[in-house]
Design a protein around this ligand. Structure first.
Ligand SMILES: [Zn+2]
Length: 248
């Protein structure tokens, strides 16, 4: 069904260390095939949005978030020489999908979480990463394999599946991706979409520690808890776009 070919650059070397997939002779991994130019633009976009957030406390119990530690405390105006809480970098909830093997990954259906136009009402897209960091997803293009540029900035949901399950995880996702039902013409934005693909994967996996019977269960138990903490980070990040410090 699928013919997987290494993507070659002009000099004959592997590009992005990735594969492109052909289905019945048609290239389906379009954005990876567009390769260097597109991927580089995506990388630059993510970098320009993505600054580190530092957190510290000084004279009261409030956390002060900043891009760079200011010379004076924004609360009491004293010159900052010591802190009641030592500055630390706020851990980002976002990562490169391929860096988180054996996971479920989510991102906005279009754009990235740190886009200025992102709101919690935006639709989410969901995909699966196998134990080798290869990404499988289902969208209006059909089954898409290893579109790495699409997942440089996503939230990884760790299913906490034991390591002894990794081989089975890979077998199930490869078997599932070979099923012809995941084609373009079956795709429906509401009735048959990326969540159906992930739900089917979870059912086929059959792991008691990682089981969800419906899309609603996936949302409530797997996605929403991680989205809550991520939305807090997004809110702080948005408040720091135009200014150096922010006190919630
Ligand atoms: Zn102070």
């Amino acid at each position: 069904m699928f013919e997987l070919l290494p993507l070659l650059n002009k000099n004959g070397g592997f590009l992005w260390d990735s594969l492109i997939a052909f289905e019945n002779g048609n290239l389906i991994n379009v954005s990876v095939a567009l390769a260097a130019g597109v991927a580089l633009v995506g990388e630059l976009e993510v970098m320009s949005y993505n600054f580190d957030i530092i957190c510290f406390k000084h004279c009261d119990d409030r956390s002060i978030f900043c891009r760079e530690i200011p010379g004076r405390c924004p609360v009491c105006s004293e010159v900052l020489t010591d802190f009641s809480q030592t500055p630390f970098q706020l851990p980002s909830p976002f990562s490169n999908g391929t860096d988180k093997p054996t996971s479920v990954i989510i991102k906005p259906s279009s754009g990235i979480f740190l886009d200025t136009c992102y709101t919690p009402e935006n639709d989410l897209h969901i995909g699966i990463v196998d134990s080798k960091g290869r990404i499988f997803e289902y969208d209006q293009r059909g089954l898409v394999f290893n579109d790495l540029s699409n997942w440089r900035h996503c939230i990884s949901l760790d299913p906490r599946v034991p390591e002894s399950w990794y081989e089975h995880w890979d077998k199930i996702i490869i078997d599932l991706s070979r099923n012809p039902q995941w084609n373009q013409s079956n795709y429906h934005p509401l009735e048959f979409n990326c969540f159906d693909f992930v739900l089917e994967f979870i059912k086929n996996l059959g792991c008691n520690d990682f089981y969800y019977g419906s899309k609603e269960d996936i949302c409530r138990d797997l996605i929403i808890p991680r989205m809550r903490e991520s939305l807090r980070y997004i809110s702080i990040h948005n408040n720091l776009r135009e200014t150096n410090y922010y006190i919630p």
